[in-house]
Ligand binder design. Structure first.
Ligand SMILES: [Zn+2]
Length: 499
């Protein structure tokens, strides 16, 4: 027996994709997981990227303890729940529960409690069960992470495809160990449903997303003079009239040259998971767009050092550094470009899968959906049907192809790496990263592993071959040790990359 769950990252990715498509986001990872398991299409289920952790193994009378059974499951390659093998006193159990009350926030999935089980299977039988539950297991539940604060403003954020997202600006509140200043409101129907007004006291909760959400308005505390909130009628950036697509809940700005959309697209293009151009922050991009030097992503590659140095608050030296960073990004592996050009629903992971499929980005231009979703030999992942649809829509637009071809003519790499080579040094090996590496960023480390044929996974399981542990490793290290996964420090990891 075990539990199927969804990590925060996958939940966030799913909600981003849904919001981007103008749909209603999922409420929390737990409900999304149970809903996903009820889906009839296995392809859709696979696309949701659920995880599994075993917590019980029904065994014959020869095994003595629950913990040996869990060890057995782990040795057979099953991911097993995080557990302490044995705690021998009531105090030790209480300490464990209290410790995890803070530690659980560093996990990649929501945890609302601890399950305490008697280890001896002989005693399980002696204790028996009540009408419904066994007597040898009991749950310890944590207080939900909730805080009350005040809504100072409701801002409209323009995404890179024009979706307008309302964001609540809050007076700073402490929640689950971090100071919260913003809460996502997803869309204006949600604002209406909750009837949030500026000045309201609201309950916020970390429901599994990185940004917390408003779960309830304290109507009983509302001053009488607060007016209902009206959604904006025009784009806060370009002033175009906002509209909804049929069957969508999201308001959108349809102005193709909307500055906020352009800004969001450029910011995404240079971001770490995409082209990773260091030094090009949102403020500088705004400056470049305002000065007319940059209108689209391709314009970045025709910038000169003199043009950059001519900008306000920009020194010769930083201008040079940025030009170098732009130059360096031209040699990026193809998946960085695919992620960067901003196809809806295509994140870093799917971009990698796509890049492995082709020898050149032009191979995707006319690739039919059936071919896009086809799984590559030796690859664990595939492109989902919705993502494939979105790729088609993107490349069926001629201006998108021309933009990519312009990037090519400016020297940006559009060629794929060799397809996964079974002889690649790390072929078939799965890595998990934890802690901080001194010489490499997370993204760089991932890129190296993938380029050498390896896979990178978010959490440690029986399938993990190596855990790369930098300084201040998280709970993944404990788990890796528990499961007997080989742990590499930075030095050994670097050696492996050199081979
Ligand atoms: Zn606009």
């Amino acid at each position: 027996r075990g539990e199927v769950y969804m990590t925060f990252r996958h939940f966030q990715e799913l909600n981003d994709a849904i919001t981007e498509q103008g749909g209603k986001p999922m409420q929390n990872p737990r409900n999304t997981t149970s809903g996903t398991l009820k889906l009839l299409d296995p392809k859709l289920v696979a696309e949701r990227q659920l995880s599994f952790a075993a917590h019980f193994c029904l065994s014959d009378s020869r095994t003595e303890s629950h913990s040996t059974n869990l060890d057995f499951l782990a040795s057979q390659g099953f991911p097993v729940v995080i557990h302490e093998s044995k705690l021998c006193s009531r105090d030790a159990v209480m300490d464990f529960c209290r410790n995890w009350n803070t530690k659980r926030h560093s996990l990649e999935f929501p945890v609302d409690g601890v399950v305490i089980k008697l280890d001896s299977i002989k005693n399980h039988r002696r204790l028996g069960t009540t009408a419904k539950f066994p007597r040898w297991v009991i749950a310890y539940k944590y207080q939900p992470d909730m805080a009350i604060t005040t809504v100072m403003a409701i801002d409209a954020q323009v995404g890179r495809t024009g979706v307008i997202t309302p964001v609540a600006r809050l007076s700073p509140a402490l929640l689950a160990g971090t100071t919260i200043r913003n809460a996502t409101l997803h869309n204006y129907e949600e604002v209406k449903r909750l009837d949030i007004r500026i000045g309201d006291a609201v309950e916020i909760e970390k429901g599994g997303e990185i940004i917390p959400k408003v779960v309830r308005v304290a109507v009983e505390k509302r001053p009488v003079y607060l007016a209902p909130f009206e959604p904006p009628a025009v784009c806060p950036s370009c002033g175009s009239k906002l509209e909804k697509l049929k069957e969508e809940v999201a308001l959108r700005c349809f102005n193709a040259s909307c500055p906020a959309q352009r800004l969001a697209a450029l910011t995404h293009f240079v971001s770490r998971p995409a082209m990773n151009i260091e030094g090009l922050g949102p403020a500088l991009i705004e400056q470049l767009v305002a000065s007319g030097l940059v209108k689209n992503i391709a314009d970045l590659f025709s910038l000169s050092r003199e043009q950059l140095a001519g900008l306000e608050r920009m020194g010769e030296k930083s201008a040079g550094n940025i030009i170098n960073a732009i130059e360096k990004s031209k040699k990026n592996p193809l998946d960085k470009l695919i992620n960067g050009i901003g196809i809806r629903l295509i994140g870093a992971q799917t971009a990698r899968v796509l890049a492995r499929k082709v020898d050149d980005i032009a191979d995707i231009y006319d690739m039919p959906v059936e071919k896009l979703v086809e799984k590559e030999q030796g690859s664990r992942d595939s492109v989902g049907p919705l993502a494939a649809e979105s790729i088609r829509i993107f490349f069926d637009r001629h201006e998108n192809r021309s933009l990519v071809e312009r990037l090519r003519s400016l020297g940006v790499n559009c060629r794929g790496a060799q397809k996964v080579d079974e002889n690649a040094p790390l072929a078939g090996k799965t890595f998990v990263l934890t802690g901080t590496l001194s010489g490499l960023s997370r993204e760089q480390a991932k890129d190296f592993i993938v380029r050498l044929g390896g896979n990178v996974s978010a959490s440690v399981s029986g399938k993990t071959d190596f855990l790369v542990a930098g300084s201040e490793p998280g709970s993944k290290l404990d788990k890796a040790i528990q499961l007997g996964v080989t742990v590499l420090d930075e030095e050994h990891f670097n050696e492996m990359l050199k081979r």
